[in-house]
Design a protein around this ligand. Sequence first.
Ligand SMILES: Nc1nc2c(ncn2[C@@H]2O[C@H](COP(=O)(O)OP(=O)(O)OP(=O)(O)O)[C@@H](O)[C@H]2O)c(=O)[nH]1
Length: 338
Amino acid sequence: MAAFVPRPVYPHLSSIPRSYFLGHHAAGLSKMKGLLASIDLVIECRDYRTPLVSRNPLFEHNLGERPRLIVYTKQDLGSNFSTADKQREKIVEKWNAPSPSLFSDVKSRIATSKILEFIKAQAKSSNSLFGTRLMVVGMPNVGKSSLLNALRNVSLGKKKAARTGDQPGVTRKIGTSVKIMDGEEGKEGVYLIDTPGVFVPYVPDAESMLKLALCGNVKDTIVPPTTIADYLLFHLNLQDPKLYAHFCEPTNDIFVVLEALARKQGRLKKGGLPDFESSALQFVQRWRAGDMGRFILDQVSEAALDERMRALESMGGSMHQARKAAKQIKKESYLHAT
Ligand SMILES: Nc1nc2c(ncn2[C@@H]2O[C@H](COP(=O)(O)OP(=O)(O)OP(=O)(O)O)[C@@H](O)[C@H]2O)c(=O)[nH]1
């Protein structure tokens, strides 16, 4: 039998939507800007699995005047804690310098304590009598509320203060500030404000949108689940097709995998036909839960960062530029189609 050859690149899909900038994203961002003067440190969350794509230039443009700590969330889903992972993290740290970067997993007390140590040092250097005020920002579903809960739990032993969920948009409004650390030397404590996720104004390319959809940063109804599953299959094949050996032999055909999964799990419609949609969601959920390999989706190199920054520049960090770019792309795809 011929050896299995994975797809080396993912085909371009012009049908993938490239915007998900909702009303409450814009409203949230403008309120965050209004609060900025009273904030000592902005904690910007990005997804560990998409260090390039989950970087939202809107935060730099609008909140960049305050000191920032970049936290890469969900490290447990993207890292095997190998030497290669550590080397890649070093590159990511360099990208963000002088802003510091930390890598987090909400279930790890060690990772959460490192963030707390950083915050403690920040609070020590502050002379404010009113305590240190932090704001956590990031793309939808990146793990902001979970981080707030983890910081509060490890530092104060208190239960969940912010609602979390596995779909984007659980936090819709800016929260009230929540105490996450007691003060020292007679000072007030440290307070953290949770904020709604804000999506990038426009995604420069279809593959980036697929990455964001796969990581759950957009609702699962925006990109068809079978397309998200196919994009996952593309990555699984590049990593190791054994990651889905539980269902079937190596293949580049997502419908072969989904049919095998549907039959195994009894996800069948009338007439015994496989339910491809629910099987696709199940396939993706397994990966999101860390049950089908831990790897990242972005390429991490200086060249990849340069290319990304150029693409984002052309889209612009401002809403005006983004809308202009969106119109241009629509016009081009119309010309292609006619
Ligand atoms: N495995 C893992 N899951 C995480 C981690 N952090 C958050 N999650 C999960 O990611 C999902 C989203 O977390 P939230 O804290 O609700 O995300 P958010 O950024 O506040 O979401 P929005 O309300 O859309 O702004 C939830 O299912 C969390 O349990 C992490 O470090 N590791």
